[in-house]
Write a protein that binds this ligand. Structure first.
Ligand code: GLV
Ligand code: MN
Ligand code: MN
Length: 477
């Protein structure tokens, strides 16, 4: 008996300790530096109030056109500079311009009013019955890195058009206008900066200025390239692209997961709660070059070997972080003059590194910089450039958007799970001007950024349905 008494009083004291610590836990959460950083960064409170989910009544249930959408994905993939099934569609090239035409045509057929800004972000709008309210936006990108697949970005643009068509077929009338955005250059391929269009929409003044002097690998300026595709005609000032905070009440992006989790776990829908923090760096080493036979080894200062050593140092610093969430890639390594019998005189590397923990990623960047200096000294080459091109914070999804996506998945009887995005997306930057959310669908073995990328018609249709219902809810809210 006394044992039982002391046992229950022990439990009571535990309960008391727990309850009295709740205010401290809450205070701790409010002081959480990561949340503060993200709030300062996005301008939106992370704990924005959630509102109970709006129910959407449709005269006909949502149905996705499973014939047309896969056909459109295949058709768009033919505008490519790589042979099928690979896709290469680089910013402002002829194939990109053809792809853009294809999208604008489909937007027109969907009854949307189409406009483009000075860098070629494409907008297609379905006016709501309260058109002066901030609109609800969705979209993704159609540019494709060299030798990639058909689905990255494309599912979020063509899928958004099909979501609008499905809503129209079901008799839905939007209160807030719905707007689809096909973003310019989500991929960094041509000018070295990813999410170029969405960064500008979010008001990146530094980028708008830098683009006036930016050139590609062929020394073609950004503005000349934009003009050749029909953009930036009379203006050097790209600030016309900036959108005001509050232009959109919500932004939702549909995308393939680009990782294996949903497929492995047999879950239909991923609801993204946060996007990892990306950074990219350009490095140049310069040595003396010379004849591959005549210059003896002790006399050499080989820029290529400095680059090779730095690539290995990147891997070492990433692994030293001790976390699987820290990743780093040297995706570009160019040697000059690039002849078998010439010691590389110049070497150029581009390094991509990401983490869900911004501070840890920044520590890796510092270590890479130290290694670049040490390697240059030891190999008697010149570190002529170490440029951090972008070093972005992570972004959190808006709570009310997460809730709308969750309720939509439940109402559609689709299995779903909360997850983070390790890839970056235009949503990372739209989060600066609007509460944001992302819907992920499974893709084959998690493959992406290679020709084997694949998402099934059924998985795409599920994602489009969740997108349509989420847009409908947010439009009525
Ligand atoms: C986007 O394409 C990324 O590299 O995450
Ligand atoms: Mn991509
Ligand atoms: Mn993408």
């Amino acid at each position: 008996m006394s044992l039982r008494f002391s046992h229950s009083s022990f439990l009571l004291s535990l309960l008391f300790i727990f309850l009295s610590s709740i205010p401290a836990i809450l205070a701790l959460q409010n002081d959480d530096p990561t949340i503060k950083t993200m709030q300062d960064f996005s301008g939106y409170p992370v704990d924005e109030p959630t509102h109970s989910s709006i129910s959407v009544s449709l005269s006909v249930p949502l149905s996705i056109d499973n014939q047309t959408l896969p056909k459109q994905i295949d058709e768009l993939s033919t505008f490519s500079d790589a042979p099928d099934p690979a896709v290469t569609r680089v910013l402002y090239t002829d194939k990109d311009v053809l792809g853009r035409r294809y999208i604008k045509n489909l937007m027109g057929l969907a009854g949307l009013s189409v406009r483009e800004d000075a860098v070629g972000n494409i907008f297609g709008r379905w006016d709501g019955y309260e058109p002066d309210l901030p609109a609800v936006a969705t979209g993704s990108h159609i540019d494709a890195i060299p030798y990639s697949g058909k689905y990255d970005g494309v599912v979020g643009v063509l899928g958004a058009i099909e979501a609008i068509n499905a809503l129209r077929r079901s008799g839905f009338k939007p209160r807030r206008s719905l707007e689809i955005i096909s973003f310019t250059s989500e991929e960094p391929t041509r000018f070295g900066i990813g999410c170029l269009g969405s960064r500008l929409l979010a008001g990146d003044v530094t980028l708008a200025k830098a683009l006036k002097a930016t050139v590609d690998g062929q020394n073609i300026s950004f503005l000349d390239a934009a003009r050749s595709a029909g953009y930036a005609q009379d203006q050097d000032d790209l600030s016309s692209v900036f959108l005001k905070k509050g232009t959109y009440s919500a932004f939702v992006e549909l995308h393939i997961e680009q990782g294996p989790i949903l497929e492995e776990e047999g879950v239909a829908i991923g609801i993204v709660t946060a996007i990892a923090a990306p950074a990219s760096i350009k490095v140049d080493f310069e040595g003396s070059g010379g004849h591959a036979g005549a210059v003896l080894m002790p006399k050499r200062n080989d820029a290529g070997l400095a680059a090779a050593e730095l690539a290995l140092a990147v891997e070492r610093h990433i692994l030293e972080s001790g976390s699987l969430d820290t990743v780093g890639t040297v995706g570009i390594l160019e040697l000059h003059p690039g002849a078998i019998n010439s010691i590389p005189r110049k070497a150029h590397l581009e390094i991509d590194t990401r983490d869900i923990d911004e501070k840890r990623r920044n520590t890796v960047i510092e270590k890479i910089h130290q290694s670049a200096n040490t390697i240059a000294k030891n190999r008697r080459v010149n570190l002529s450039e170490f440029m951090i091109v972008n070093q972005d914070p992570p972004a959190l999804s808006g709570k009310s958007i997460i809730e709308a996506m969750e309720v939509a998945s439940k109402e559609l009887n689709l299995t779903h799970k909360l997850m983070i995005s390790r890839a970056y997306h235009d949503s990372l930057f739209m989060a600066r001007i609007s509460p944001m959310g992302m819907i992920f669908i499974p893709c084959y073995k998690g493959y992406s950024h290679k020709p084997e990328e694949y998402a099934s018609t059924e998985d795409i249709a599920n994602g489009v349905k969740v997108l349509a219902l989420t847009l409908a809810k947010l439009s009525l809210s």
